[in-house]
Design a protein around this ligand. Structure first.
Ligand code: HEM
Length: 166
């Protein structure tokens, strides 16, 4: 009888520990992505009004996997939150961080275009047009919304694009 009680108590204890650890991990992952994006915006030259000009000089600063802006058809995208989930691997994108990526994106460097789903994801990561002055707080707001969209997408289909009908 006592043995049974001890065993159940132990089981419940470990179940609680496992649940807390899982919750902690999920929370950490989400926060990490948000921090990455906040950091990428903090790298920017902001005026006292919190405005950033999306000039080439600004874009070029965001040139790493942890802070990656792409220029595609004169539009600027912050792909930092997506890069580690890119189905073609993060190394396909990193060489273009901080610069012109139109042709690479259009052809995947393989003469085949990205799917409509890829275009949808890209639209979620849009921060402004080349040389446009953007408001830093609305950019942060957009990025947060986009992360929610991205997380929903990954929850819906786990980014299993290979099996999608385009
Ligand atoms: C800029 C340079 C990029 C290159 C060179 C590149 C290259 C590739 C390659 C080689 C694949 C795997 C092969 C395949 O599935 O057909 C792929 C797949 C994919 N990429 Fe990219 N990619 C780039 C940027 C992006 C960006 C910025 C996004 C989204 C924001 C994206 C979204 C996807 C998606 C969703 C797939 C799965 C297949 C599809 O839906 O077309 N890629 N990419």
């Amino acid at each position: 009888m006592i043995k049974k009680l001890v065993a159940s108590a132990l089981f419940i204890f470990w179940a609680i520990v496992a649940a807390l650890m899982t919750a902690g991990l999920i929370f950490y992952d989400k926060n990490n992505q948000l921090n990455l994006n906040r950091q990428s915006l903090n790298n920017s030259n902001t005026s006292t009004l919190g405005l950033v000009s999306l000039t080439l000089a600004e874009i070029v600063k965001h040139n790493s996997q942890g802070d990656c802006w792409l220029l595609i058809d004169n539009r600027v995208y912050d792909v930092t939150a997506f890069i580690s989930r890119h189905p073609g691997g993060s190394t396909a994108i990193t060489p273009y961080c901080g610069g012109e990526a139109s042709q690479a994106f259009q052809t995947k460097n393989q003469n085949t275009p990205h799917s409509q789903q890829a275009l949808n994801i890209l639209n979620n990561l849009f921060i402004g047009n080349l040389n446009q002055e953007i408001n830093i707080s609305s950019a942060i707001q957009n990025i947060n919304n986009n992360l929610i969209n991205l997380n929903n997408l990954s929850a819906d289909d786990d980014f299993d694009f290979e099996n999608e009908d385009d």
